[in-house]
Design a binder for this molecule. Structure first.
Ligand SMILES: [Zn+2]
Length: 260
C-alpha cells in the first residue's frame, strides 16, 4: 500500500492561533509532531487519537513553537530534530539539520529546506512521498512570516525556493491561523484576482464556523498569495511598480503588510 494511504494527519489549535500537527502512519505506528507550542494540547491530541509520539520536528526557535518541547519530549521519549543553527538554543535536540538534509522518521523520508527570513534558523519540512510540507512561519496561507532576523531579500529568496522545490499539488501546513487577516490585506494588493476573492469568501465561511483554513496547497497559494505573486506583472502594476524585480515588489508588499 502507498504511504499516502496509511498516513493520517491531525491538525489542532494551540495557544491562540498556533497550530499543532501530528503525522501518523497506521502501518508502523510512527507519529511525528511538528513544533510544540503547547504540551497540553499535544497530550490531549495524542490521547484522542491513541497515537504514540515517536518524533518531533522543529521549524524554528520562537517560544510559541518550542514552549512545550521539554515536557512533551520527557513524557513521550520522542526523538527531536531541528535546525543546526539553533543547536545551542534548544537543549532537547537529538539531531540537527542543515539545508537539503534528509531525515528518516519511520517510513517517512523528510527533507529539510532552509528558508530563512522570519528567523535565520527556519526550516521547512517536506515529505515528498505523501506530498506534504510544513512551512513553519515562512509561508502562511495568503501571507508570509514577518521578517525578524533576516532581511526582505532573504525572505523572498526563501519563498521563491519553496515555489521551486514544492510541486503544485503539495499540501501545506504552517505555524499560524492568520488567513482571514491575510485575505483582507491580500485584497488591497491584488483586488482583481478572482481566485483570491473566492478564497477570501471560503476563508470567511470557514472562520464563521470556527474551522481551520489550513492546510492549503502550493497551487492555491501561487494563485492567491500576494507575496508569492510578487513576480506577476499585474501585481507590480497594481502597486505602480511596473518593470521592478520580483524581490523589489515583494519588499514593498512586505512593508505595506508590516504597516497595515
Ligand atoms: Zn515565529
Amino acid at each position: 500500500m502507498a504511504l499516502s494511504d496509511t498516513t493520517e494527519i491531525h491538525q489542532f489549535t494551540c495557544l491562540d492561533d498556533n497550530f499543532g500537527v501530528l503525522i501518523h502512519d497506521t502501518d508502523t505506528g510512527t507519529t511525528i509532531a511538528v513544533d510544540v507550542p503547547d504540551a497540553d494540547a499535544y497530550e490531549k491530541a495524542l490521547e484522542q487519537t491513541g497515537w504514540s509520539l515517536t518524533h518531533i520536528l522543529i521549524t524554528h526557535h520562537h517560544w510559541d513553537h518550542v514552549q512545550g518541547l521539554g515536557t512533551l519530549k520527557r513524557k513521550t521519549g520522542a526523538t527531536v530534530i531541528g535546525p543546526e543553527r539553533s543547536r545551542l538554543k534548544i537543549a532537547e535536540f537529538d539531531r540537527t539539520v542543515e539545508d537539503g538534509d534528509d531525515v528518516r522518521c519511520g517510513p517517512y523520508e523528510i527533507k529539510a529546506i532552509s528558508t530563512p527570513g522570519h528567523t535565520l534558523d527556519q526550516i521547512s519540512w517536506y515529505i515528498a512521498s505523501i506530498k506534504v510540507a510544513h512551512t513553519g512561519d515562512t509561508l502562511f496561507s495568503l501571507g508570509c512570516g514577518r521578517v525578524f532576523e533576516g532581511d526582505r531579500d532573504m525572505m523572498w529568496s526563501s519563498l521563491a525556493k519553496l515555489m521551486r522545490q514544492l510541486p503544485d499539488d503539495t499540501t501545506i501546513y504552517c505555524g499560524h491561523e492568520y488567513t482571514q487577516a491575510n485575505a483582507r490585506f491580500a485584497l488591497t494588493i491584488d483586488p482583481d484576482n478572482a481566485d483570491l476573492k473566492a478564497r477570501a469568501d471560503e476563508v470567511a465561511a470557514l472562520r464563521e464556523k470556527g474551522a481551520a483554513t489550513l492546510p492549503t496547497t502550493m497551487a492555491k497559494e501561487k494563485a492567491t498569495n500576494p507575496f508569492l505573486r510578487a513576480g506577476e506583472a499585474s501585481v507590480a502594476a497594481a502597486l505602480g511598480m511596473e518593470g521592478k524585480s520580483a524581490a523589489e515588489v515583494f519588499s514593498e508588499i512586505r512593508m505595506r503588510k508590516d504597516n497595515a
